[in-house]
Design a protein around this ligand. Sequence first.
Ligand SMILES: [Zn+2]
Length: 106
Amino acid sequence: MCVNFVFDSSLDDEAKRLCHQYWSYVSPNDYIAHLKILCYDYNIRSDELFITLAKCQVYLGDIHCEYCSRPYQLDVPADIPHARQQKSWFCDGCISFSGGQLTVGR
Ligand SMILES: [Zn+2]
């Protein structure tokens, strides 16, 4: 799997490790347990967890917008299998620019 991370410059190495661990999640069933384990491992509260995660943008390196080549940006780990199922993908910017003409894969 090819997942690219873009970190906010305020994140330290431990916060980056936390982001990597969060995005290594693959099972669709235990998302809440996954979050609890992360909070426990890093000794943080869930609101601190989400503040850290919000400073990390995650892209799929092997799926790009067919029009502008922007990489697929992920919101939650569950997006990954969903993104993989699409044969073609256009980013939100291109879809709104096209006035709805680009809708393949949505
Ligand atoms: Zn695009």
